[in-house]
Write a protein that binds this ligand. Structure first.
Ligand SMILES: N[C@@H](CCC(=O)NCCCC(=O)O)C(=O)O
Length: 257
């Protein structure tokens, strides 16, 4: 029985009437069907009310990347600059979903916006345009490059904390990653530990301290190049193993009912 792996959705307007849709990139569906080894389940931005009913049915949860940004009101930050995309319906779902998943021990992999949500959900804050901060790099999506290169191209190195999962999966302490973000960790949530850094000090990977299960976040996008990049693939197979273990335990419990 394959694991049911939740994928967080964004609310995006498209279609002939340009009306709201709950959507996630095909990259996440493909990676769950591939190295994660599960069945993807899109989790709509239906609000906190769906958390209690959906979490017991999930064996894993991926918090996806997105152009949109966490509403600053969730971390007492200043309002975004005019035109900065937000998705408050997504925030209203993912922030309680993250807290619930950590509490319940549902394996969790947070990617880019997802890592930022993880930090905010646990009490941290965000810098909104790190490229404007002194001595910081521009981590945003290069506008002069074609999408495939932006996704699979390597923008900078990440130094990984030695002896922890990511360094072990990488087999080394420094890895090249892509980079498609304007925002980044400002104040790290108390429950999080930074385990990866860009050359300018930007937090690029975190883990939940004393987590009951797999609970990691990365600021880059391993879902874009897992077919070519062994480290990217290893992140998902490691997450998938935790999901499979939970699925097996859940199956035994259901059979005993
Ligand atoms: N908006 C946040 C998070 C950036 C992020 O998740 N980028 C991936 C974008 C992929 C897509 O376009 O769907 C920030 O800018 O920091």
């Amino acid at each position: 029985m394959r694991a049911l792996v939740g994928i967080s959705c964004c609310v995006k307007a498209f279609g002939i009437f340009n009306t709201p849709n709950h959507a996630a990139s095909d990259s996440y569906v493909r990676v769950v069907l591939g190295p994660v080894g599960g069945v993807p389940v899109l989790v709509p931005a239906g609000g906190e009310g769906l958390v209690a009913d959906i979490l017991p049915r999930l064996d894993g949860l991926i918090l996806t990347g997105s152009r949109s940004n966490v509403w600053p009101g969730h971390y007492d930050g200043p309002p975004h600059a005019e035109g900065t995309p937000e998705d408050q319906e997504r925030d209203a779902t993912t922030l309680p979903l993250i807290r619930g998943a950590i509490q319940a021990g549902v394996p969790l992999l947070a990617i880019c916006r997802g890592m930022q949500e993880l930090n905010v959900a646990l009490g941290g804050s965000l810098d909104q345009r790190i490229q404007d901060l002194p001595r910081r790099m521009d981590h945003s999506t290069p506008s002069d490059q074609p999408i495939p290169l932006v996704r699979t191209g390597k923008a900078h190195a990440v130094r990984l904390a030695p002896g922890l999962l990511l360094a072990e999966l990488a087999g080394r302490q420094e890895v090249p990653v892509n980079s498609l973000h304007n925002q980044g960790v400002q104040r790290l949530a108390p429950r999080l530990e930074a385990v990866g850094w860009a050359p300018d000090g930007t937090v690029e990977a975190v883990r939940v301290r004393e987590a009951r299960n797999f609970a990691w976040g990365v600021q880059w996008h391993p879902e874009y190049d897992w077919e070519r990049d062994e480290f990217s693939r290893a992140i998902f197979t490691s997450f998938g193993a935790a999901c499979a273990e939970r699925a097996a335990a859940r199956f035994v419990l259901q059979a005993a009912e």
